[in-house]
Design a protein. Structure first.
Length: 366
């Protein structure tokens, strides 16, 4: 079709493997109750905003200079937050954990290499994998969305992936992996193992972090983010913990000065205010557990969740349920296996709105 003067994507000499793809993204619809991207519903307190404004004011007078290229002060703060005897040389930070993951793929993946993940899981893992010309291998999860270690090891032995992704708690299912599964996968994997712990702080108490496995395992990487429990999604700050040699590898692919002075300043203020920010986690866990109970009382299937969202179903026409909720001012996410929907946990008021809209949606979608 001739469209004079308008260039279409396909007219460009874009990489063949990107042709026909759609960009990642949840619909951004303007409704009152946003429960679709696993954000923390609690905005920063006036005290935090004041400290952040002060930090930005202080650093603004030096914005003619590039930022600290090695991000040392923030990495030290994050190491102190993580504990486990970590120091700045074992922690790395970038613009969201998505950028951290992309740097890992750039350093350890690439043409001729492969990465294995167990699906359903976070859809950016395959997108970042293929975006770096790495081959994606889709492994399977069990009916309860856990990972069977025997099958995982068989998949690793069959494919010999350069990178294995383990997401715990998993998005979109909420499933946390027992440490034993991570240990066995890490023993079997011939390359790097990335444990994506974006939602770790929401896990039920007693759930151990893969950070406990880092000592003596230079091929293990644990990624975290400030977008979820830390309630700082707008700051774009993700980080990882790994052997110092892994960070040396990432320095080879990171763009110089990738983390702006203002991002570093904001993230440092957030770490300093971690008591307040993480103080919302208990409330969100309680709302999550109540949400799981409420949905189960309605006879729905609900995945056990260690995250700030709940996967539930099963709906022969999930889109109809999703739409009925949007019509009632509640936006959730059509993601995961067909017939399932995911709701992020909001404030008590937002969850009440969700329950009200859901009761009506269940009646009309009967
Ligand atoms: N990992 C998982 C499992 C996620 O769900 C997300 C966000 N949806 C991310 C990583 C990336 O988050 P960010 O880039 O905001 O750190």
């Amino acid at each position: 079709v001739e469209r004079s003067g308008v260039t279409r994507l396909d007219d460009l000499p874009i990489r063949d493997d990107l042709r026909g793809r759609s960009p990642y993204g949840a619909p951004q619809i303007d409704v009152p109750v946003l429960l679709n991207t696993n954000e923390n519903p609690y905005p920063p307190s006036p005290g935090l905003v004041a400290d952040l404004a002060e930090a930005v004011r202080r650093d603004a007078s030096e914005l003619n200079r590039y930022p600290d290229r090695e991000v040392l002060a923030l990495r030290a703060d994050l190491a102190a937050y993580l504990g486990h005897g970590l120091a700045a040389d074992r922690v790395w930070a970038a613009n969201g954990s998505n950028e951290v993951l992309q740097q890992i793929l750039q350093a350890f993946g690439g043409p001729g290499r492969s990465a294995l993940g167990f699906e359903p899981s976070y859809s950016m893992h395959p997108i970042i994998t293929t975006g770096t010309a790495t081959r994606w291998i889709s492994g399977a999860r069990e009916d309860d969305f856990g990972i069977d270690p025997g099958k995982a090891i068989a998949a690793i032995e069959e494919h010999r992936p350069d990178i294995v992704f383990l997401t715990s708690p998993n998005n979109p299912t909420g499933t946390a992996l027992p440490l034993g599964v991570i240990e066995r996968v890490a023993e079997a994997a011939p390359g790097m193992v990335v444990v994506d712990e974006a939602y770790f702080e929401f896990a039920r108490t007693g759930t151990p972090s893969a950070l406990t496995l880092l000592a003596g395992n230079p091929r293990l990487i644990v990624t975290r983010t400030m977008s979820k429990a830390f309630a700082m999604a707008g700051t774009r700050l993700g980080y990882l913990a790994a052997d110092p040699a892994v960070i040396e590898a990432l320095l080879l692919v990171r763009l110089p000065y990738h983390l702006s002075t203002l991002t570093q300043a904001a993230a440092r203020v957030a770490v300093a205010h971690r008591g307040e920010l993480l103080g919302t986690v208990d409330r969100l866990r309680a709302e999550r557990d109540a949400c799981v109970g409420w949905l189960r009382e309605r006879g729905l299937s609900v995945a056990d969740s260690d995250a700030n969202f709940v996967l539930f179903g099963r709906f022969p026409d999930r889109h109809a349920v999703w739409e009925a909720l949007v019509e009632r001012g509640v936006l959730i996410r059509e993601v995961g296996p067909p017939e399932w929907l995911r709701v992020s946990i909001g404030t008590a008021e937002e969850m009440a709105a969700f329950r009200g809209a859901m009761s009506e949606a269940l009646a009309v979608c009967e």
